[in-house]
Ligand binder design. Structure first.
Ligand SMILES: [Zn+2]
Length: 271
């Protein structure tokens, strides 16, 4: 398909980003040329009809993601440690009301306990990432035990949803670089960290969760909350509405990675 002529915003971006990092991003964009004919909406306006495209199976350019590109008003909302029998359905309802897609880093043992809720997460179009089976500290484990955690975490998700996870998050964010490489080589999962830490487990206070998220969310941000924390569930409608009012468009983590790997940022968002 033919590419559209470059627009002024894109020209500015292309001129500004001459670093090696950007060159690397451009280098992996050729496989996404088919999306280049799509038109982008104004960045300041949320687009309720935004459709998340299917995940591209090409391996992401980086093993570790803390945030995505910062020149689009997008963010990835991530829920860790669920599913939870009461909170996760409440979260799904709030997300559905706003047509927001999120990412759930589930624990395999909880998936096995509540497979129907896990299946609903997937059916609603959210992404499910592998957060191990027991929430063990990977940085203190042998390779064999890490693989056991990842295998069991993955298998629970596949049993419940029929879908394979494509990303992982280490419990506590604790992982050695050699372990990250091993996981990437074995499972093709990049490790997903975060740029916005709600610390919902610490404050246990919805107003505090909202304040932290509103103060620290930037374009391309990856927001960490927990669907086992009441403070996060109570805060969710408030901070979602405020971020949407600021023009944020929420994407799954794999979509954030895909968009952040494109040379043409405007092509990433469909009308
Ligand atoms: Zn966790």
């Amino acid at each position: 398909m033919a590419r559209h002529p470059m627009k002024p915003l894109l020209q500015i971006i292309m001129t500004a980003f001459t670093s090696l990092l950007f060159a690397a991003i451009v280098g992996c964009a050729s496989s996404h040329a088919e999306t280049a004919s799509l038109q982008a909406p104004p960045l300041s306006q949320p687009n309720p009809s935004y459709q998340v495209p299917p995940y591209q199976t090409t391996a992401p350019a980086k093993l570790r993601w803390i945030s995505g590109r910062n020149d689009l008003q997008i963010a990835a909302l991530t829920f860790d440690d669920g599913p939870h029998p009461q909170y996760t359905p409440r979260i799904l309802a709030e997300l559905k009301k706003r047509n927001v897609k999120a990412t759930f880093f589930t624990l395999g043992r909880s998936v096995d306990r509540w497979p129907e809720i896990t299946a609903q997460i997937a059916a609603d179009g959210h992404e499910i990432g592998n957060h191990t089976y027991t929430h063990g500290n990977l940085s203190k484990m042998s390779t064999a035990n890490i693989k056991k955690e990842m295998d069991q975490g993955r298998d629970a998700i596949v049993r419940a949803t029929g879908q394979h996870p494509r990303i992982m998050r280490a419990p506590y964010g604790a992982i050695k670089s050699s372990q990250r490489q091993m996981i990437y080589d074995t499972y093709k999962y990049p490790e997903i960290f975060w740029s916005v830490d709600s610390r919902d487990w610490e404050s246990k206070n919805a107003a505090s969760v909202t304040n932290v998220i509103m103060k620290t969310t930037r374009p391309g941000g990856i927001i960490l909350v927990h669907d086992i924390q009441k403070s996060a569930v109570d805060a969710l409608p408030v901070f979602l509405d405020r971020l949407i009012a600021k023009g944020y468009k929420f994407v799954t983590v794999s979509e954030l990675i895909r968009v952040s790997s494109l040379a043409n940022p405007e092509s990433a968002i469909a009308r």
